[in-house]
Design a protein around this ligand. Structure first.
Ligand SMILES: [Cu+2]
Length: 344
């Protein structure tokens, strides 16, 4: 949550608009701690882990409100203490999101519409979070020693009945600090498929693990914090009685993890490949993963082939003077300060 999410999309999840396929990909916050605390506070004696361990029943438990209040607080801390301090990428500017609205009943049972943009400042809603110590904020993750395990022969797609290790190429290495801050290196675990949403599913995503064994017996299960990119944790959505219902169809999703700080931390920033381990932790016998890649950051790295001595990246073409060695002719711009004519 601290180092793997330098952008709102990597913290809160991908945009989800009307007409999109469901499950575009949650952020790490939704997986851990949100999803795992749901399971932890669910009742294993109940058939569907009620109340907290299943979506349909979770809000029936008073702990739900404490848990979600704390998830909101994590977001607040991320915005104000982690991202604001670096002055970048703290908020989502998209009006589709800012103007999205929800209907609620107020204390007088009147239906009121609340927009997302009106709910972003706790002070405006007349509450503040208690000022408590945050010793974890500056903690450094522990590192493992030893040689990183090799990739498996099989590769992906694969079922996560046991640990799967794949070699992943990094499009760019040894980027400058400024580049890393502007454009995060994103590990994308793609084509995650679960036959339904009936059971809790969790697997860990570990980079250059020094573990030697399989899922249960090796060191992967206890991978050092520095090597962990994050986890995928899917909270069940349906009750078993619904198994035959049409809603019990396959779930297909994607997970994204920022790994810029991670590769620095484990000394792998110069490596052109990393080995990514997917370590099953719960309900993974029927989970398949399609592939793993590293996302090239946005349009800055888009490239076009031209008849030139090089194929230039867009990022190499933004400064006309320094990079492209031309300037625009300095001509008069009488329209620059013109006032529009008012027709009466
Ligand atoms: Cu929840």
């Amino acid at each position: 949550m601290i180092s793997g999410a330098k952008k709102p999309g990597l913290f809160l999840g991908q945009p989800y608009r009307q007409g999109d396929e469901p499950d575009p990909g949650p952020g790490p916050l939704e997986n851990v701690p949100h999803g795992t605390v749901h399971l932890w506070t669910g009742d294993p004696r109940q058939p569907n882990l009620e109340d907290m361990g299943n979506f349909y029943s979770a809000a029936r438990d008073p702990i739900f409100f404490a848990h979600h209040g704390n998830v909101d607080r994590m977001w607040h801390l991320w915005r104000t203490r982690l991202r604001r301090s670096t002055n970048t990428n703290a908020d989502i500017p998209d009006p589709d999101w800012l103007d999205a609205s929800f209907l609620f009943y107020d204390e007088d049972a009147r239906l009121v519409r609340c927009r997302v943009r009106d709910c972003l400042d706790p002070a405006a809603m007349r509450y503040a979070y208690q000022d408590v110590g945050l010793p974890w904020l500056n903690a450094r993750p522990t590192k493992a020693s030893g040689t990183a395990a090799r990739a498996d022969a099989g590769g992906l797609p694969a079922t996560l009945g046991q640990t799967v290790r794949v070699s992943v190429a990094r499009p760019r290495t040894k980027r400058s600090r400024k580049e890393k801050e502007e454009e995060e290196e994103v590990l994308v675990v793609d084509g995650i498929e679960v036959p339904d949403h009936f059971q809790f599913v969790k697997f860990d995503v570990v980079v250059n693990s020094t573990g030697t064994g399989g899922g249960g017996g090796g060191c992967d299960g206890d991978a050092a914090a520095a090597q962990r990119a994050g986890s995928v944790a899917l909270t069940p959505h349906l009750i078993r009685a619904d198994r035959t219902a049409a809603t019990g169809s396959a779930v297909r999703t994607v997970a994204r993890f920022g790994i810029g700080d991670l590769v620095d931390e484990i000394g792998a920033d110069g490596d052109s490949t990393i080995v990514v381990s997917l370590v099953p932790r719960a309900g993974c016998d029927t989970v398949t993963v399609g592939g793993i890649g590293i996302e090239v950051p946005d349009w800055l790295d888009a490239a076009f082939l031209l008849y030139d001595e090089d194929a230039r990246l867009v990022r190499d073409c933004l400064d006309t003077t320094a990079q492209l060695q031309y300037t625009y002719q300095d001509v008069a711009l009488p329209w620059e300060n013109a006032e529009p004519t008012l027709r009466r």
